[in-house]
Design a protein around this ligand. Sequence first.
Ligand code: PEP
Ligand code: MG
Length: 759
Amino acid sequence: MVSYSLNTIHKIVHSIDKSPDLSHALNNLVSGIHKALGVDVCSIYLSDTITRTNILMATQGLNPDAVGKVVLPFEEGLVGLVTELSEPVNISNAPAHPRFKYVPEAGEDPFKSFLGVPVTRQGEQLAVLVVQQTTSRRFGEQEIAFLTTLAALLAGNIAIARARGLIDDYFSTETSGGGVFTGVAGAPGIIIGKGVVHYHNNQIAEVPDRPAASIPEEEERLRAAIEAVVSESKTVGEQLGGTLPATDQLVFNAYALIAGSDQLVNETIERIRAGNWAPGALRDTIESFAARFESLDEPYMRERANDIRSIGQRILGYLFTEEHKEYAYPEKTVLIGENLSPLDLGSVPLEKLAAIVSGHGSAYAHLAILAHALNIPAVLGLAGRVPLNRLDGMTLIVDGYKGQILVSPSQEELSEYQGLIQGEAQLARGMAALKDLPAVTTDGVRIHLYTNTGLLTGHSHAFDVGTEGIGLYRSEVPFMNRDSFPGEEEQRQIYRQVIEAYMPKPVTLRTLDVGGDKVLPYFHRKEPNPFLGWRGIRVVLDHPEMLLTQVRAMLRASEGYDKLKILLPMISNIDELERAMTLIRRAYDHVVSDGYTIRFPEIGAMIEVPSAVYLIDSITRRVDFLSIGTNDLIQYLLAIDRNNEHVAKLFDPLHPPVLEALRLIVDAAHRHAKPVSVCGEAAGDPALTILLIAMRVDSLSVSAGDLPRVKWVIRTLSWTRANELWQQARTMEHASEIRQLMEQELAQQGLSRLVGHGK
Ligand code: PEP
Ligand code: MG
């Protein structure tokens, strides 16, 4: 037994991560474990859940020729037993075990003891790690602990190495599809487009692979950039010559030597000649150099990996200063990024942006909200499942219903999806015909349909779908992307533009809701739990001048218009509501004393913190209307971070306690004869729409892209039927049962396409 230290584990994980391809990754893994545990055999079997087989992919100790040839069904062998039990299997005399399967080509005969550990990721079976020894003994607790820790840590790395393997296979054969990868459904819709990886010029790890347009030009560009770094390092070294000790000056010489070394230049040029552009080729060379240093035992040498990366970064900087060409975005751009932010969308002309694919995020993140507003599909949360920076320039099918992407799809997949896209287009035409018709059930219950806005500047899409006004204007954006708060007049102009675009329709402006994931760079407190911290109304009550200025700007913007509503976010107690209302009254008095003639606006409270549900009568009594923010209400009620892809599948608006909270709020509004709206993203979920109709919410405020399908549901159903379904749903304890019930109804009404592919 050699060493089980955390360092050993990290070294093994790292060696996989930095491997150029799947087979290197798995070979590094088995040899790392073989060495650390001092066992006779270490092997890894990848589990294929479609064919339900475990395939030997790498081994240290068994017959190397058996790799790729030993294919065991899940039901067979001890490896299958590990898959079946989803727990370690530890056996001292494997050949005597009833589940032992003799595979002659494996060369297993001499090995008696067997320990197999499953590798799973979010419930998905990925692989089985096996160690074996000739002596007949049971493996000890420490060995099992080491292997299970490693398996848990490795799951993400194995998933990504496997995905990379599929994509690389595609590159080498170009005959079959490059794989289907499932993330989180961010926004509905299906498109076939071309991947464009969004990257930051200063992050070498983010640089995508891209075909070299001209190999000689890319070589030339690389040589010029390297030359620039070599001479820069020498010059800086000389300039600092007088102030630095001689030993430190050597660092600059070393930088110049490494940057200009034949090995670095030649390896990169080789990669360019294989077809990659200079930045992608450089990224791979730098990574393989750094990995070589990182695998060394000597800490000083390991540290040099960082130097290599900073040299790479510097060369990259010069490569991009040479790059002046305007990037020609494909007609159907699928924008891809490890962690795309709403701001990154600005890099693509909107008419070319066809879909969004991001490593992080879930359906309720602001990125997804934007995709809904733009009516384009989004698949999020793919980090650790697919090497996103390899997807540049590839044909992709983005299926925003299933949360899947299909990389370089096969001809059959393309034709299947083309059929679905045509079906969608037909559906969209059907829904567009409803644009000017009211959202009313077949038995006459009217539900007003408004749109959410604020994250995007344009409103045309909202008019195209026949919005009745703005149900939620998120006022944060004018406060973001700048160095200081906008002044009162600047804010007035922004709000006036919004009001004028919609006049005489009602407009609901929400006061500032910063904090959580919406940070103002110039007014930011670092908090361990920002969603439970200084957010929304709490911030502006600590800084009344912010609220006073904003409300004055809103009021002045409403001159000559009498439908302004002001909405207060994150109300969690009565004190906050009363103080905010006092400040609004003060701002109003101020504006009136300045000579403006303005109607006092309607004031509403967002119900999005669970405590507000239990204070609902006291809140409702004090305000003119309620607006339910399901994004936060569900987040806080179910303790599920709305942005976290790892728990995204638990975030279900049909969870019975969520429905019960909605019922309590709507009933209170009715008791007090006050209107109630739902403005979170769940309002655009057709399954929930049925239940909201039944509860008799007065209005829904949804993303423009979701409005047509919500209207279609309302106009197709009767309130009586919706209420029958709601009464049935109330007896159910599982969200999945309720969803099934709603989807059955939608299918019966001929609306199955709204919940997916309608196949
Ligand atoms: C909500 O929480 O549901 C909501 C509409 O507000 P936001 O998404 O801006 O937090
Ligand atoms: Mg909210």
